[in-house]
Design a protein around this ligand. Structure first.
Ligand code: UT7
Length: 331
């Protein structure tokens, strides 16, 4: 049983997608691939890419301002900012500090959270605990990526998959219950399945790391696929059990937007009907830590989530990490 002191709910959402579009046809000119292969194997039609001078904190700030407006709350009322990202502007300072300055959230504590594509779910659960415990009142949680800058555009195994974007929510202490439950997991024995090997303490930048293209995302796609299904199933069931709900109670299921085939298998193994799932990966590809954050904002704005609906966000990613959060939507 989770014993929290205060109830916490999402009072606003926002997202920002960079303007530049890269279609599957464009990719055919860059690597040995085809529109047919990408659609059949992943479900992705196009993805958006940040401009050269556009950073993760830029995308984050734009999504954050929309979420603040949606929540009808001023930046100075925010007392915590967490940016979940795997593609920060710099190793330090944290991207959250740069966002704080850009949106003038002058009273906020700031840090980044890195948990692969599961980062946004991890960050929501961390912020929920802070607010529930009475430590903070209003939190801005962002999932944002510019992974296009870390993708090897000569590697067809990875470059067709990823896209850039940001999603944000505002969490607030409230009388009525919003967030009901969550479950987080990790398996470091599978750390080698998705990694960006160089540039930090294990492999500091050198001529050799550059020649070996070690500053780009490396992934064992097939192995990740199998683990993705298992871990999203596990964390969804665990999170629902913790608040005495079952998959039958779920009104809107928002899985990590990595691959349509993964999503369809997860629906099947969980027994969730197709009309309950929200999918937008055809437009954006895999935006990693931003994926479920953007999807949540779009699902709300498109009226796919209605008051009193039970919503589940579930994700998996590098680490390997995985996690789910369950909430009742009552904005
Ligand atoms: O956010 C978490 C991050 N990662 C993921 O979610 C990734 C999870 N994994 C996947 O989504 C899938 O495993 C992929 C989409 C990455 C790959 O799909 P797959 O069905 O597992 O393909 P595969 O890796 O088994 O490759 C099948 C074939 C191979 O050719 P051969 O060896 O059979 O001749 C690949 O070389 O497809 C080839 N291939 C491609 N062909 C055309 C791999 N990438 C491409 C490509 N275009 N882009």
């Amino acid at each position: 049983m989770i014993k929290n002191c205060r109830n916490v709910k999402i009072i606003g959402t926002g997202s920002y997608i960079p303007k530049k579009v890269l279609t599957n046809d464009d990719l055919e000119k860059i690597v040995d691939t085809s529109n047919e292969w990408i659609i059949a194997r992943t479900g992705i039609s196009e993805r958006h890419l940040a401009e050269d001078n556009e950073t993760t904190s830029d995308l984050s700030s734009k999504a954050a301002l929309k979420a603040l407006k949606d929540a009808n709350i001023e930046p100075k009322e925010i007392d915590l900012i967490i940016v979940a990202t795997n593609s920060p502007d710099m190793v330090f300072p944290a991207t959250a500090c740069l966002v704080q300055e850009k949106i003038k959230a002058v009273n906020a504590a700031t840090f980044d959270l890195q948990a692969g594509c599961t980062g946004f779910v991890y960050a929501l659960i961390v912020a929920w605990q802070f607010i529930s415990a009475g430590f903070y009142n209003n939190a801005l949680i962002i999932g944002a990526e510019t992974l296009s800058k870390f993708v090897d555009w000569t590697d067809r195994n990875t470059c067709v998959l990823f896209g850039d974007g940001a999603g944000a929510v505002i969490l607030k202490a409230k009388e009525e219950k919003g967030i009901l439950s969550g479950y987080l997991g990790g398996d470091g024995s599978k750390a080698d399945m998705i990694m960006l090997p160089a540039g930090l303490s294990k492999n500091p930048a050198s001529h050799e790391t550059i020649e070996k293209r070690m500053h780009y995302v490396k992934m064992k796609g097939n192995e990740v696929f199998k683990n993705a299904v298992k871990s999203m199933k596990r964390s969804t069931i665990k999170a629902l059990e913790k608040c005495n709900l079952s998959v039958k109670d779920v009104d809107c299921f928002i899985p990590h937007q990595a691959n349509i085939r993964i999503i369809l298998v997860v629906l099947k193994v969980l027994g969730i009907k197709k009309d309950k799932v929200f999918i937008n990966l055809d437009k954006y590809g895999n935006t990693s830590a931003a994926s479920v954050a953007i999807a949540l904002d779009e699902a709300v704005k498109e009226g796919k989530i209605k008051n009193n609906n039970i919503v589940v966000l579930t994700s998996f990613g590098a680490g390997l990490t995985y996690g789910s959060i369950v909430f009742r939507w009552n904005k």
